[in-house]
Write a new protein. Structure first.
Length: 338
């Protein structure tokens, strides 16, 4: 199993290198990101209208310009949501993350990836949205929790890129990111989505401040997810990987999961490593090939491919799972029932 995982990681790294090879020449002539050459993806973004072309802009942003950063930031974004007791308790009661963390990670990545790769209005994009709604319709989920989860898809990646991105994110990309997820949220039946990006950021921060709390359920789901990350790096000492995960988490998340903070030298070293990576990436040739979730070495559950309808829980109870939160056919309270 480890040999196969190593081979997949090697192929992914080779693909990333090949995806970067366009030309070896490149320089920055000004502080404007659009002036950095050669970057055809960024130039294409600058030609588009974020109110109309938000899908194309976000696709270029997430799969050409910042694929590694967006993948890591979305992992951290979803991880944060488990700090809300109503979300953490639901995930604990279903036992999905504690018993099948890799599959749950893969299913979420692939469903989001289907919409991104093929478009929200494509046949596969609509099927992915429909499948997400089917999954969530079995549970009682408040509109506020759904809105919070939606908000972190915008807030966390943009803040990550402000800290660790290889270039500045343009206003066009910021507007397109907000509009893309707003449209995604509307298709999920989420109500009262803030009208501006700034309001969405404020909602996210306020929701975390009000709702983050430590519970045994949060801790169990947080630990199961952390151990998933540890398993990806089987070649490194597990305590070191755990410390690295903790170094990426801010104090409210650490407190909600009951994790000890990483030593300050480790935090500083990790941040330095991420900023060094950003500087090195800025010197590489422009990426040529998009990188989607379907291509990621961290997605491992479907080596022979998948059908959208098989993604997500199959509806059967996991050993130890509780039915307390399961919705019946006409259950109320979820914005996503169909």
């Amino acid at each position: 199993m480890r040999t196969a995982a190593t081979c997949r990681l090697g192929r992914q790294l080779l693909s990333d290198v090949d995806g970067q090879i366009v030309r070896l020449a490149g320089h920055r002539d000004s502080g404007d990101p659009v002036d950095m050459m050669p970057h055809p993806g960024l130039r294409r973004i600058s030609e588009l209208d974020p109110s109309r072309d938000y899908e194309e802009i976000y696709r270029l942003h997430a799969t050409i310009e910042f694929p590694w950063d967006i993948a890591r930031a979305l992992e951290m974004a979803l991880y944060r949501t488990y700090c809300v007791p109503s979300i953490g308790s639901l995930l604990h009661e279903t036992q999905e993350f504690e018993q099948r963390a890799q599959k749950r990670y893969d299913d979420t990545s692939l469903l989001l990836g289907e919409a991104l790769k093929f478009g929200l209005n494509s046949e596969r994009g609509r099927a992915a949205v429909r499948r997400i709604n089917q999954i969530h319709s079995r549970f009682s989920i408040s509109n506020e929790d759904m809105l919070y989860v939606l908000s972190v898809f915008v807030v966390v990646p943009l803040r990550w890129l402000d800290r660790f991105g290889w270039r500045a994110v343009t206003e066009t990309e910021r507007r397109a990111t907000y509009t893309y997820y707003r449209e995604f949220g509307l298709r999920l039946g989420i109500r009262d989505i803030p009208e501006t990006r700034e309001e969405l950021f404020a909602f996210c921060d306020a929701y975390e401040s009000e709702h983050f709390a430590h519970t045994p359920a949060n801790a169990r789901v947080g630990t199961a997810t952390r151990e998933l990350f540890v398993g990806w790096f089987w070649f490194a000492p597990a305590p070191l990987v755990r410390m690295g995960v903790h170094a990426l988490l801010d104090p409210p998340v650490l407190a909600a999961f009951g994790f000890p903070p990483a030593p300050h030298p480790v935090v500083r070293a990790l941040e330095t490593a991420l900023r060094t990576r950003a500087r090195l990436v800025s010197l590489l040739p422009a990426r040529r090939r998009p990188s989607y979730a379907q291509d990621s070495w961290t997605v491992r559950s479907y080596p022979r491919g998948y059908e959208i309808g098989e993604l997500g829980p199959d509806g059967s109870r996991r050993p130890g799972a509780s039915e307390r939160r399961v919705r019946r056919a006409r259950g109320k309270g979820t914005p996503m029932g169909q």
